[in-house]
Design a protein around this ligand. Structure first.
Ligand code: ADP
Ligand code: MG
Length: 418
C-alpha cells in the first residue's frame, strides 16, 4: 500500500481475471495504420510482464485518440502487435470492447494469457464530450455500459494509466467502485517521482515552463511558486511571451496577433497577477529570435521589429537559462522554448535541453512535445525521469487530487475474495 492505494504486492492475481487499464495512446499514421511512436507502450511493459508472469488472465483496456484529438482516433489493433513484440509473447486483439465477442474472449482466457480489447472510446460514455458535459459521478460511471458488461467477468482492476489519471471516465474511475483495485508499477513510479518533486525537492529547484499551453503553465506556476516547491521559474515559448507582454515588454505585432487569434489574450491579466505576486522568481526572456528572409535573426526585447512574430528565445536568454540549470539541484521541464520543429527556431530549446543533459541536477521532463525534443537532441538517457503524462502531471502539480487517484483509493478498500 502506498499513498492509500494497493500496489501489485497487495493483490493475488494467479488465475484471476484482471482488468488492466493502460495508457498506450500514441500518434497514429492512419494511411498505413501504424504508430508513429511507442514510448508509452514501452513504459507499461513491466506491469504487464509481472501480471502475466504471475499467472493472471489479463484483459487490457486502452483508449486511442478521442473526440478532441480526432486525428488519432483509431483502433488499438496496431498496439497489440507492438505489445506482442515487446513482451515476446502473443497479445491477442479483439475488435470489440464489451460486446458478446469481447466477453466470450475474456471468458476463454487462461492464466498468463493476454487480451487487448479495442479502443474503449468506441463506447460513447468514454468520450471527452460525455466527461465534460455530463460530469458523471464515480457511482454513475459504475453504472455505464462498459463497467456493467465487464466488471461481472473480472476479479480485480489494475490501473497503470498515470498519463490519463486526470480524466474522469468509466474505464478509469468506474471499476474501482465494484472491484478490488490496485495501481500498476508505472503508475506507482510516476506517482512517487512527482510527489517527491512537490514535497521535498533538493534546492535550488527550478521549473522551466515553455510551450503553448499557457493556462496550464500559469496554474502550475501558482502552485509551485505559491507552495514553495519551486525557487525559480524560467519561462520560454508562448508562456514567456505572454509574461513579457504582461510586464509591459514588446513581443512584436505578429506575436500579439497570434496570441489574440488563439484566444490567449485574457491570460495577460493572469500573467500580471503572477508577476505581482512572485516578481523576480519568474524569469522572462530578454532576447528573441525572428525568422526573416535571410533566416534566423535575434533581437533584444526592446527592439523587436513592429510586425514581427517571435518564434524562439534568443541565444543570450538560452545561455542565462543554461547557467541556472547547471547550478540547480532539481529541474522540472514542461514545454519547449520555441518552435523547435523548425531548424531556424530550434536553438533555444536545443541549448536548454543540452544543459538538462549535462547538469548534475535531478531532471524531470513531462509533456509530449518536450519528450519529442529530448529524443531529437539525444537526451533521453541523460534526463533522470521522463514522465509519460503531460496533462496528468500538470494537474498533479497544481495540487488537486486526481480523479483516478481518488477512485483507486476507494477500490483499494474493497477486499479481494481469495
Ligand atoms: P508539451 O507537449 O511538451 O506539453 P506544448 O504542447 O505546450 O508542450 O507546446 C509545444 C508546442 O508549442 C510546439 O509545437 C511548439 O512549436 C510550440 N511553440 C513553442 N514556442 C512557440 C512560440 N513562441 N510560438 C508558437 N508556437 C510555439
Ligand atoms: Mg504538446
Amino acid at each position: 500500500m502506498r499513498f492509500g492505494i494497493n500496489t501489485l504486492d497487495d493483490i493475488e492475481v494467479q488465475d484471476k481475471t484482471v482488468l488492466c487499464r493502460i495508457d498506450i495512446n500514441q500518434p497514429v499514421d492512419k494511411a498505413s495504420g501504424t504508430l508513429k511512436d511507442t514510448t508509452r507502450i514501452e513504459a507499461c511493459i513491466p506491469t504487464l510482464k509481472e501480471l502475466s508472469g504471475k499467472g493472471a488472465k489479463l484483459v487490457l483496456l486502452a483508449h486511442q485518440g478521442s473526440d478532441i484529438e480526432y486525428k488519432n482516433f483509431w483502433t488499438t489493433e496496431p498496439h497489440a502487435k507492438v505489445l506482442s513484440g515487446l513482451l515476446g509473447k502473443e497479445v491477442r486483439f479483439i475488435d470489440d470492447v464489451c460486446g458478446p465477442a469481447a466477453r466470450e474472449a475474456i471468458k476463454a482466457l487462461r492464466g498468463g494469457e493476454i487480451l487487448l480489447l479495442d479502443n474503449v472510446r468506441f463506447v460513447s460514455e468514454e468520450q471527452t464530450l460525455f466527461e465534460t458535459r455530463l460530469l458523471l459521478s464515480h457511482e454513475d460511471q459504475a453504472r455505464t455500459l462498459l463497467v456493467r458488461k465487464l466488471a461481472p467477468l473480472a476479479d480485480l482492476y489494475v490501473c497503470d494509466a498515470f498519463a490519463a489519471s486526470h480524466r474522469d471516465q468509466p474505464s478509469l474511475c468506474g471499476f474501482e467502485q465494484l472491484l478490488p483495485s490496485a495501481m500498476g508499477r508505472l503508475f506507482e513510479e510516476e506517482f512517487c517521482v512527482v510527489s517527491g518533486l512537490m514535497e521535498k525537492p533538493d534546492r535550488p529547484c527550478v521549473f522551466v515552463l515553455g510551450g503553448a499551453k499557457i493556462g496550464d503553465a500559469f496554474l502550475m506556476m501558482n502552485a509551485v511558486l505559491g507552495g514553495g516547491a519551486a525557487d525559480q521559474v524560467l519561462s520560454g515559448g508562448l508562456v514567456g511571451e505572454v509574461l513579457l507582454w504582461a510586464a509591459g515588454g514588446d513581443v512584436g505585432g505578429g506575436t500579439r496577433a497570434f496570441i489574440e487569434k488563439e484566444g490567449y489574450e485574457n491570460l495577460v491579466d493572469t500573467a500580471k497577477e503572477l508577476l505581482a505576486k512572485y516578481g523576480e522568481r519568474i524569469l522572462m526572456p530578454r532576447d528573441f529570435a525572428v525568422v526573416e528572409s535571410t533566416g534566423r535573426v535575434e533581437y533584444d526585447a526592446g527592439s523587436i521589429p513592429a510586425e514581427a512574430a517571435v518564434l524562439d528565445i534568443g541565444t543570450g536568454t538560452a545561455g542565462r537559462y543554461q547557467d541556472i540549470i547547471r547550478g540547480a539541484k532539481t529541474v522540472f521541464v514542461n514545454g519547449p522554448m520555441g518552435v523547435f520543429e523548425e531548424a531556424p527556431t530550434e536553438r533555444g530549446t536545443k541549448m536548454v535541453w543540452d544543459a538538462l543533459g549535462d547538469t548534475p541536477a535531478y531532471t524531470v521532463v513531462g509533456g509530449g512535445d518536450s519528450i519529442t525534443a529530448a529524443k531529437k537532441y539525444g537526451k533521453t538517457k541523460d534526463i533522470n525521469y521522463i514522465c509519460t503524462g503531460g496533462g496528468a502531471l500538470i494537474r498533479f502539480l497544481t495540487g488537486e487530487e486526481l480523479p483516478v487517484v481518488k477512485a483507486l483509493r476507494h477500490g483499494s478498500k474493497i477486499k479481494q475474495k481469495l
